[in-house]
Design a protein around this ligand. Sequence first.
Ligand code: AMP
Ligand code: GLY
Length: 422
Amino acid sequence: MNVLILGSGGREHALAWKLAGSSRITRLFIGPGNAGTAMIGTNLDVDPENFQSVREAVIKNNIGMVVVGPEAPLVAGLQDFFSKDELLRNIFFIGPSASAARLEGSKDFAKNFLTRHKIPTAAFRTFDRSNAELARSFIETLTPPYVIKADGLAAGKGVRIVDDIDTAEEELKSLLAGKFGEAGKKVVIEQYLKGIELSVFIITDGVSYKLLPEAKDYKRVGEGDTGPNTGGMGAVSPVPFARGEFMEKVKTRIIEPTLKGLREDGIEYKGFIFFGLMNSGGDPYVIEYNARLGDPESEVVLPRIKSDLYDLLEGVVKGDLSSRKIEIDDQCVTTVMLVSGGYPGNYAKGKIISGLDEVKDSIVFHAGTKTAGSDIVTSGGRVIAVSSSGKTMNEALGKSYKNAARINFEGVYYRKDIGFDL
Ligand code: AMP
Ligand code: GLY
């Protein structure tokens, strides 16, 4: 079987690395990929959001399975495009339809889904231009800080948390006035949940599911969780509090009602679901759903899966996931993300990366890199994730940090306190 992974970040390199270990795969392609994926598979010049370019690549390379990394092509309907095309219909496709991907693509849809199916989440209300004047009276029913979210995809920048009512109202108005274009036509305002976040992942064939290792991601750019949000500066798995009674609550109050809710709503879901959860006083609440794996969570989750990932993905498509086994490694895995100076604001690209060959005892997952002649250069804000395993989180972190220090490029920055709160 030839497999095509769509995307170009650390998550896709981790997927490629994991799938490359499967004896069931003949050739592995990544579209468009990065300098790291080029070392273990063949990069294709494909834009995942340009469905025709995906179609051509699939047909030309005799692809039998497509695994979608990022959310945008799913929300835009790539799965639906495949299911309607004579030549693509029977290709194994890992990722939900546009209708199912609304769990990520529309916060308003997700919040209504959660409420309808009685899944714990923060109190909320959605506003648009027709009812914005009611926002103040709703906000007054909440206690600060207030959480204001653009409804649609806004590349991780659509959420603001503010302390006073006037700023909350201003933010609502600026979103409705088009700060994020279409994504902000509707705005969700919700109650702030206090607690500690974690990311829980499953794969599902629509009926049964397998729980993947959970992870904790560090989203803020600065140490001690300060400064602006990023795509993620590092991650650890397992998360010490995600066991026993807490995980039972996650299964019975969140995962199972979500799958049941999808079925009741007539929505078929095949692929990964990423539950962004808050542990608030020992009880899990859904902050958000994503229709994909996380990044950098994948760089710690996938190394802990011992089973053949291709076999599990085949179960997703064939609908017999319940008969397949998943084995999880009980080692700790950590990742530290090396980013370009200035990220998540403006940053330079094209900086030569050195020291990659000196890494020992860690896996280097490329995020924003590309090859330029004989060099590997930076091509994004998040550049390299250094993943390591150990008996304890601190042992794994020690390896990640030792190797992170060996890699260099102009302006390189990373947080030195991943795992600090666990
Ligand atoms: P989202 O894109 O919905 O995941 O929101 C981005 C980040 O904002 C989350 O990872 C949380 O850190 C924070 N956040 C979102 N909603 C809430 C909430 N209701 N209470 C507290 N923090 C939140
Ligand atoms: N690291 C968070 C995400 O992938 O959305």
